[in-house]
Design a protein around this ligand. Sequence first.
Ligand SMILES: [Zn+2]
Length: 156
Amino acid sequence: MTALRHVVCPHCHTINRLPEGRDFRAARCGKCRGRLFEGRPVDLDARHFRSFLEGHDVPVLVDLWAPWCPPCRALAPVIEELARRREPEIRVAKLDIDRAPDLAESLRVTAVPTLLLYHRGQEVARHSGLLSRAALEAWIASHLGDGERMRRAAGS
Ligand SMILES: [Zn+2]
């Protein structure tokens, strides 16, 4: 039996099941036919935040930001570059906390930018403040590296 990976469509929020081992970069949603990965961060809102995290079984990195925050603007190109380079093994998303203040409070996010790293709906790490691309990659690897290797070993 072919293993399936679960990925949430950024357009219509349907969970798609994709066969493991295929190149997902060209994959389209079975419902709306939109591209599942567009090489750029997905803009989340409060309504779809939880289902988006829980619907993926690839890790999801969320950048919580605000338009009035200069370090957030400095981090934005780093996050965009990460999406270009690391999708589809990592899903990259953004949440404007001014548009989701109640959600930011329930996540106990008190500073921006804050990066939240989720795997299978669970928060595995968080970081507040600006990071270089190299530091961001190292931070992600330190929290996912072993788990991903173990998952691949168990799944194959
Ligand atoms: Zn769709």
